[in-house]
Design a protein around this ligand. Structure first.
Ligand SMILES: [Zn+2]
Length: 311
């Protein structure tokens, strides 16, 4: 981000120039395989990896095909399983006991009236769930005008680089020693999307902010929301963000595809020994369908799932 961008975004005196390290969708986390974005992602930002890159995955199955009954390709399955094991190493505490948040008033006893206060209150709940002190977060807002600016998108906004309608962004630690998160004010009108965006941005804090990884990885960031029991919101939002061929839905967000979310949630239920968790009833029908297919695949293939990753 340079001075021109700051002026265009009306952030003079607030932001300073610099290269944004986050949300550019270009990073890897230093482990070769995890640096490769899942191939079928809606917002894929990297070229599909050569098969040679997967030599240490113990699978001779064609990487671009799906095993019978599996909702994702072999490459995606192995990537997701490896990423899950990495996140499990990072966040093993409480993973079994952690409550899965659902979109209801008991979980979010907040009056969603479009005010910034409703976003602050939501942020506190999501931060607590993700074991980040809400005092360490500074929440700011930008309005949709910022999204009309062509060319600014790739610098720091969420979603893919051509999408000028980012829902939020993570700016790292500011000079006050706080993690800075920006929300598009349009999020205030959409509580479920608001939760999903906050969960994604706070996942950046968990990974980058708390120094668990060195380089950004958006797919791993999305997966982190699952580990922290917020996957319902982010998965449902990914489905809603489906785009037509010649227009952009303004709420476009998320990096994993629908089937990848479904399989990720199935892995999450599996490591928690949940057979038929009540929370799946809050998933949109398509995600739930992919979840159930993934769960069945896992049950039928316990000799494969999580078994082919060299650690
Ligand atoms: Zn991000």
């Amino acid at each position: 981000m340079d001075n021109d961008d700051i002026v265009r975004l009306k952030q003079n005196g607030t932001w300073s120039p610099g290269v944004c390290l986050y949300c550019s969708g270009s990073g890897s986390i230093g482990i070769d395989m995890l640096g490769k974005a899942p191939e079928e992602g809606t917002y894929q930002t990297e070229k599909p990896a050569e098969k040679d890159d997967y030599n240490n995955w113990g699978s001779s199955f064609p990487m671009d095909e799906k095993r019978e009954g599996c909702p994702v390709t072999e490459q995606n399955r192995l990537w997701l399983e490896e990423a899950f094991l990495l996140l499990q190493d990072f966040f093993i505490e409480n993973i079994q006991l952690r409550k899965v948040l659902i979109p209801d008033y008991n979980t979010f006893p907040i009056k969603y009236d479009g005010t910034k206060q409703s976003a602050y209150d939501t942020m506190k709940i999501v931060a607590t769930q993700m074991e980040v002190s809400s005092d360490s977060i500074e929440l700011d807002f930008y309005d949709e005008e910022a999204n009309q600016i062509s060319g600014a998108g790739h610098l720091f906004l969420e979603a893919d680089k051509d999408d000028k309608n980012a829902a939020g962004l993570y700016y790292g630690m500011n000079e006050n020693g706080k993690y800075e998160i920006f929300l598009n004010t349009r999020q205030l009108l959409d509580p479920e999307s608001l939760v999903a965006t906050l969960a994604h941005e706070i996942a950046h804090i968990k990974l980058l902010g708390e120094n668990r990884i060195d380089e950004n990885n958006e797919h791993l960031t999305d997966l982190t929301t699952v580990i922290f029991g917020l996957g319902i919101f982010n998965a449902n939002n990914a489905f809603r963000s489906f785009r037509g061929s010649n227009y952009y839905e303004w709420q476009s967000q998320g990096y994993l595809s629908q089937v990848q979310w479904g399989y990720s949630l199935a892995l999450f239920a599996y490591i928690r020994n949940e057979v038929s968790p009540a929370w799946i009833n809050y998933l949109t029908p398509n995600i739930k369908s992919d979840f159930l297919q993934g769960q069945q695949f896992i049950m039928d293939n316990k000799d494969l799932v999580f078994q082919q990753v060299n650690r």
